[in-house]
Design a protein around this ligand. Structure first.
Ligand code: DQA
Length: 187
């Protein structure tokens, strides 16, 4: 497979204008016909803009911008396109998930931060769009406080990568690309 340049628009912090309000988004995407066509959206939730300085013993010293840059390099090697965003706002993340299918996204990677353990709205959004989704965490929530043991979004996800620090994101990308490729071979 020939590697092609990944398109990464890294966006950290705050709301951005939804794609649907920036111009015509053109209906539901066809399934990708080649690995090069796959488009992936990576969403990080609250407080993850503070990575690098936030509880480094738990989350490491890699910044979110560095994680996004690593994702770009890995996406390039895998021949897929990736867009990475972060927001502290549950409703913004719900909007991004809800518009993703119509915007031509084929798969999602999401680290919802603390919303993992609280948000039925994120579960409903992921269930509604029905795109393959990988849940990702830097830490291993199962090995932490009891209130982090439940993930509300897990039932809407194909799988979960947790506990590998910044590497969790790249491992999630690799897993999602395999899931998308599997979907094509069954098409
Ligand atoms: C986290 C784990 C969550 O429990 C926590 O609220 C976070 C980060 C992780 O990546 O390890 O904000 O999602």
């Amino acid at each position: 497979m020939t590697a092609r340049r990944a398109r990464v628009r890294s966006h950290v912090g705050g709301a951005r204008t939804p794609r649907s309000q920036r111009g015509p988004s053109g209906g539901h995407p066809a399934p990708p016909t080649t690995a090069a066509a796959a488009r992936i959206l990576c969403i990080s939730g609250p407080n993850l803009q503070l990575l690098g300085t936030r509880e480094p013993d738990v989350y490491g010293r890699t910044t979110l911008a560095e994680i996004h840059a690593r994702l770009e390099r890995r996406a390039t090697a895998l021949g897929v396109e990736i867009e990475a965003r972060q927001s502290n706002h549950e409703g913004t993340i719900v909007d991004w998930i809800g518009e993703s299918r119509a915007a031509g996204i084929h798969g999602l990677i999401i680290n919802p931060g603390a919303y993992t353990h609280t948000s039925i709205a994120l579960l409903d959004a992921l269930t509604a769009v029905g795109l393959p989704c990988i849940e990702v965490h830097l830490s291993n929530p199962e090995a932490r406080e009891p209130f982090r043991h439940q993930s509300h979004i897990a039932r809407a996800c194909v799988g979960r990568v947790a506990g590998f620090g910044a590497d969790s994101y790249e491992l999630a990308l690799e897993g999602l690309v395999r899931v998308l490729a599997r979907g094509r071979s069954h098409a």
